[in-house]
Ligand binder design. Structure first.
Ligand SMILES: [Zn+2]
Length: 304
């Protein structure tokens, strides 16, 4: 459970390292469109789970969620940790010790949204990057919104594939299913994607299927009138060469290439270290074997 919990932390931390930091091409977006970042508290994680070669010092990783104000409606991206843990730590089971989340009342999603005068019912679309406990936690509070999820993520959250980390809390999303005996599976409006979606058909908010962190992960590309384009990654945190296909500015492309190169360098160092450790283990084993065998060989020669 601890390992599983730590995987969640890695994802959360890396997401925040990269979310929203890559300014891309400016686009024609509706005037007055804005992006707001909010805090759902933080998780605690050993630093070496986020950065190869770092010490195991405990660090806090912020858990974020985002609101896009668009003339055609407000969009929420991710919903943070379930607010229930603020008063009921047992709700997360063993994750509560493994992740030691911030649980102060000010991180509740209603309080955070209130900072820009919004209530959960004011959100038109809730786009969830993936349903892990630090991203889909409060989805059940948005019963008037349309939930936008990849179909594969719904399946994985309810009944994951073997080998898939199950960092899900069923209580976070069980309420999305209809009651037994009802004809329809979904209790609330939901778009079940198997690909990308241009939310307002103006290219300003695009949900992009980006499988990797989970079988049904997605990102959201937000094109702002002043800042330019921002990619909300959820836990899909590692840019790869495919990102170059939708990143327009040379500055953003250079940063992605630099990141890929740095990753390759770190991986090479890691491989080198593993090879060295393996060969020194083999050499120690062989030395031990020879030391044990030499006296008996000498004995058998002397008997002939
Ligand atoms: Zn995750």
């Amino acid at each position: 459970m601890k390992r599983t919990a730590l995987r969640v932390m890695v994802g959360a931390g890396m997401a925040l390292l990269l979310t929203g930091v890559i300014p891309l091409a400016h686009a024609q977006s509706p005037a007055g469109m804005r992006l707001y970042a909010f805090s759902s508290g933080a998780l605690t994680v050993p630093k070496n789970f986020l950065q190869a070669g770092a010490p195991a010092t405990a660090i806090q990783v912020p858990v974020g969620f985002y609101v896009v104000r668009h003339p055609k409606g407000n969009v929420l991206f991710d919903t943070g940790n379930n607010d229930r843990i603020i008063t009921d730590p047992g709700y997360w089971g063993a994750f509560i010790q493994g992740l030691n989340p911030v649980r102060t009342p000010d991180v509740a999603i209603d309080v955070q949204l209130g900072k820009i005068g919004l209530k959960p019912d004011d959100i038109k679309y809730v786009v969830i990057g993936h349903m892990h406990l630090d991203h889909g936690g409060n989805v059940g509070k948005f019963t008037k919104s349309t939930i936008v999820l990849q179909k594969d993520e719904i399946k994985n959250a309810f009944w994951g594939e073997p080998g898939t980390p199950q960092n899900y809390i069923p209580g976070d999303f069980m309420m999305l299913r209809n009651d037994p005996g009802q004809m329809m599976p979904n209790k609330y409006p939901m778009i079940q994607l198997q690909g990308d979606l241009d939310l307002f058909a103006d290219n300003s908010v695009v949900v992009k299927r980006w499988v990797g962190h989970t079988p049904g992960s997605q990102m959201m590309i937000v094109r702002l009138p002043k800042t330019g384009t921002v990619i909300l990654t959820s836990d899909n945190v590692r840019p790869n060469k495919d990102w170059l296909s939708f990143v327009k500015t040379s500055r953003a492309q250079a940063r992605i290439r630099q990141f890929i190169k740095q990753q390759q360098r770190e991986r090479s160092v890691e491989i080198g270290r593993e090879v060295l450790e393996r060969s020194s283990r083999v050499s120690e084993t062989l030395t031990g074997v020879f030391q044990e065998q030499l006296p008996s060989r000498s004995r058998s020669r002397s008997q002939k």
